[in-house]
Design a protein around this ligand. Sequence first.
Ligand SMILES: Nc1ncnc2c1ncn2[C@@H]1O[C@H](COP(=O)(O)OP(=O)(O)O)[C@@H](O)[C@H]1O
Ligand SMILES: [Mg+2]
Length: 277
Amino acid sequence: MGDCVLRIEKLTKRFGANVAVDAATLDVDKPCMIGIIGRSGAGKSTLLRMINRLADASEGSVTFEGRDVTALTGAARRAWQADCAMIFQQFNLVPRMDVVSNVLHGTLNRRSTLATVFNLFPMDDIHQAIDILDRLGIAEHAPKRAEALSGGQQQRVAIARALMQDPKIILADEPIASLDPMNAQTVMEALRRIHEEDGRTVIANLHTLDTARRYCDRVIGMRDGRIVFDGLPEQLTTGVAREIYGADSSFSEAATSTEIGALDKVHTLEMEAEAYV
Ligand SMILES: Nc1ncnc2c1ncn2[C@@H]1O[C@H](COP(=O)(O)OP(=O)(O)O)[C@@H](O)[C@H]1O
Ligand SMILES: [Mg+2]
């Protein structure tokens, strides 16, 4: 892999009079792990959906390796969607279907309708699916129904399904928002490993600051549809976070945190302010 060049230029999405994403511009020059933070309604999901062409931009462009992907149609658009696989908060698995078949659904776009109808999967694909599940530590659950697994395991199944497409980019929309802290950690570690070991770019919308700081190389902050911060995790001070979240002086990091034990900490702005003096 290695040559991930993604350019997003003045990407805008309007819903009537509401500007959900307002001229977002960012460049990714090499594979990295990016966290996007911001309060609910800031435009994070819409931005990811435009990148992967689940939503069409009102204006602006997304270019990948020199190709404008906002202009792709038909098979080319589907190929792009395989190149930038999407992971969702609610996993989007077929609950009553077994785990390995759920993973194999990641190959549907390259199979014939007939094979799909009869649920015929090539043996090579089945082996590959099991290998990916094994890598994510859940191969033993392959024959079980997806619904029998914990949330963290189901999200890893969804990651496995994404990996079946051999994507260059993984877009994750609040991948850990419905998980308890232990499962959240397992899923974030899986995404981090996929970035480090495979050289895939991961772009994840995250609802907690500490997750972004801990796992990402770069953090993007959105507010009211605009990118208001783009920098290193260590540059994400409480003051910057307050600007992104638009919080008043009662803003507390604990309120945006799911880190184990973080809720026990009294980590207020005032204390943080003292630390930066
Ligand atoms: N399909 C839609 N139709 C109309 N408005 C939408 C739609 N999707 C999102 N929006 C609006 O766009 C803004 C950004 O939403 P979203 O991208 O979901 O934000 P986030 O993911 O940061 O919570 C919000 O004001 C939201 O109400
Ligand atoms: Mg969202």
